[in-house]
Every structure is written in structure tokens, then in C-alpha cells.
Design a protein around this ligand. Sequence first.
Ligand SMILES: Cc1ncc(COP(=O)(O)O)c(C=O)c1O
Length: 465
Amino acid sequence: MNHTDISAESTNIIGTDRASVWHHLTPHSNLKTTDPLIIKSGLGMRVIDIKGKGYLDATSGGVWSVNVGYGSEKIANAVRDQLMEMCYFANSAGSVPGALFAEKLLTKIPEIGAGQGKVYYSNSGSEANEKAYKMVRQLAHINGDGRKHKVIFRDRDYHGTTITALSSSGQSQRKEQYGPFTPGFSEFSHCCCYRCPFGKFYGSCDIECAKDLETAILREGADTVGSVVLEPITAGGGVIPPVPEYFPIIQEICKKYDVLLHIDEVVCGLGRTGKWFGFQHYGVKPDMVTMAKGLASGYAAISCTITTDAIFKQFALGDAGSLGYFRDISTFGGCTAGPAAGLANVEIIEQENLLDNVVQMGDLLNGRLLELKDKYPVVGDVRGKGLFAGVELVQDRQSKQPMHESYAMKLAAHCMEQGVLIGRTNRSFQEFNNTLCLSPALIATRRDIDDIVDAIDNALAANPL
Ligand SMILES: Cc1ncc(COP(=O)(O)O)c(C=O)c1O
């Protein structure tokens, strides 16, 4: 296509888009001033927009999803072949890729019971989490009078967009104007050392943030709490890894009060942090694990709720009046494109040794971001694990006064002008939308990491306070 063709197509599509598409998370005030970013093609780590401008994508598709990068023939062919063979049948029946992908996933998650767990398919992270909450509620009836149904969640974590998934999310600004929320969900403290909710310092603290779970359980009444849901590393809430002692304490508290541990791996799952799942850095054994996003690297919509066999088997129990099964369905949980794409996706991560690459490139990314911390006083904290990093911006190092959201937006826009797409916390908490988020694909090279950090370096240099 020559330049005239590109600009004609671009004008056309942008006009059509403006006329017909309601975009996610886009303030209406932007519509008058800014053209929508329409990504037309992608290969590896790079995408090209409808106007012909190319970008290095440090976000894996905007929201940490395209783990193995764009344009994978292996995944596209697997999906095509599967769709021609058998596209869909309700998941009350089975499918060939559904069986094979579940078996494969369970080998990556031995903590759930060495191939003994069960995989429940649906379509999005929110839905996977809602399935887990429904399981907890039904288990409360199977094992008692329904009382032990509540879910404890953590401040700053996010578990999804549907009303109940939002009810279990700790991001106040995202929840504004969507109440009333589903009852039975209750919050405990976040675990960000940089902004310790207990005013303590790591090394001299008693990991009060983890112990606050016990306070929350006792406040609600231990006989009413069925599960706790946690991101292994908080993602959209500011990229917050816990300290090593954190999860073992959480596990102990769960055991003590017979509370199920539900880990939300929607962002961290499938290699993002250098292990198959984020919780595997922390020596815990969850009872339920949910995943979506990188599960099929965005080539098809698929999510999973994985539980232990012990949980699965309880659904057969109960008195004569009990249902004897999980009374739930997800129409598109029967799509075969998802597991076919997922299987190919996992094979790519295995065959290309991408977990090793994440560890190596993650170290490089972290090291280079720490150089920015030395160089610019506005960089208050650098956090993350593997190819998953957050850069928290402050107005003042000493007071840690958070930087305005508009400054983070300015940096992201400057990176975009340089041809690098970065993410940021987006209207999640009043006054705390001050973290740049990086999640390049697992295939990132040294050159990619350098180009990403150089772009941020340039943006910081061009935007002194
Ligand atoms: C940790 C976490 N859980 C759940 C979700 C919800 O996933 P989805 O948007 O696929 O419903 C998200 C989405 O960003 C997430 O970050």
C-alpha cells in the first residue's frame, strides 16, 4: 500500500470506528481531540497502527495478555485446524483440545495435586473468578447451612469487571458509581512495603499486612468465611510483589480457619514472572487458581478455574437434597479455539525456553529501571518480578507524595511518540494512579528491554518537574 492508500484507509476506518465503537476506559472528552489508536497488525514484540506508525509494545497488548508475542503461526494454525475439525459443542460434553489442554495445564501446577486437579473452562478472568465464588457458596451449602460463603479480598487487588468480581476488588475508584455491591465480600490490607498500611518498615515489622487476614476473618466470623482471593503479585493496583514471608503466613491463617486459598493468576499466570504461575515463587499450595489473559496469549478468549480434586469431589457429596454437581454453565466454555490456542501457547513457552528468557530479561529490566531511580528523584520505587515491572512516581522522595496521574499520562504519551507503548495504573485509586506498568512479551530481547527503558529515560528527561 502506498502512502495515499494508507491515509485513505486510515481516515475511513477511524471515521467508522468513531461512528460505531464504544471503547473501553475512554473518557468522552478524548473523543473530540484524539484519534482512537487502531492497531492494524503485529509481529513478535511490534505492532503497527492504521496510520502506518510502528511501536515496540511493552504492554503485551495493552493489558498484559499477548505473552508469546504477535503473529504466531503455530497458534493461528492450531486454531484454524481445530475450528475446521470441530468449532463448538457445549462443555457439558467434552472436546479433544479441552481434554489435552486441561491435562497439560495440570502438569504445570503440581501444587494443586500432581495432575489430580480439575479444570473448569469459561471465557474471561472475571468469569473464572465468579465461578470460584460460586463454588465457595455451593460448598457452604454442601458442607453446612450455607453460612461459610464469604470471600475476603485485599485492598489494591483487582478481580474483574462484572458486579460480583468488582465487589471482590480493592480498587475504590474503579468501583465508584457501580454500587450497590454483592454482599459477602470483605477487604483486608494491601502488602505494599513502600506504602506500608501499618506505617512499618520491612525488616523491623511483623508482616502485619499478612496477619491482617486473620483480623478480617475474625471480624466477619470464621464460620462465615469460605475463601480468600489474592493476586500473587498485585498487577493493576501498582505491581506489588509481597515479601517472602507473606504467603506462608496467609497459608497458615487459611488452614487455621478452614478457609480456601484462591489465587488469581489472571495476570501473573503462564510465565509472566519467570515461573508458570506467580504463586510458585512463594511456596504456597492454593486450593483454587484462576487464569485468563496469557492463557492463550489473546489468540482466543479462554479462562480457567482450577481446583483441587478434593474440592471437585465434595460436589458429589451432601444429603439427599443436594445437587450432586456444580450447577453452572458458560456457553462459550465449550469453544474449542481457546484450548487449541492455549495448548499451542504452552508448547511455545516450553519449546522456546521462555521462562528462562523471562528470568534473564527480567533481571535486565529491573536493573535498568533501578538506574532510573538513581537518576530521577520522581522515581520513588521500582517493583516487580520477571517481565512484570512497576515504576512508582512521586512528587517528593522524602514525603512520597504521589505524582499526579496527568504526569504518568504525559510520560506514557512521550514514550508513544518515540514508538514505545507502556502502561500505567489507570483511575484505580484516587491520588494513587502514579505507577508506570511494564509487561513486555516473554520473547523480549536485550535490545527490546534497552529500547523500552531508554524511551522512559528520555520521557523523564524531557518532563522535569
Ligand atoms: C488480576 C486480574 N484478575 C481478573 C481480571 C479480569 O479479567 P477479565 O478482564 O478477562 O474479565 C483482571 C483484568 O485485568 C486482572 O488483572
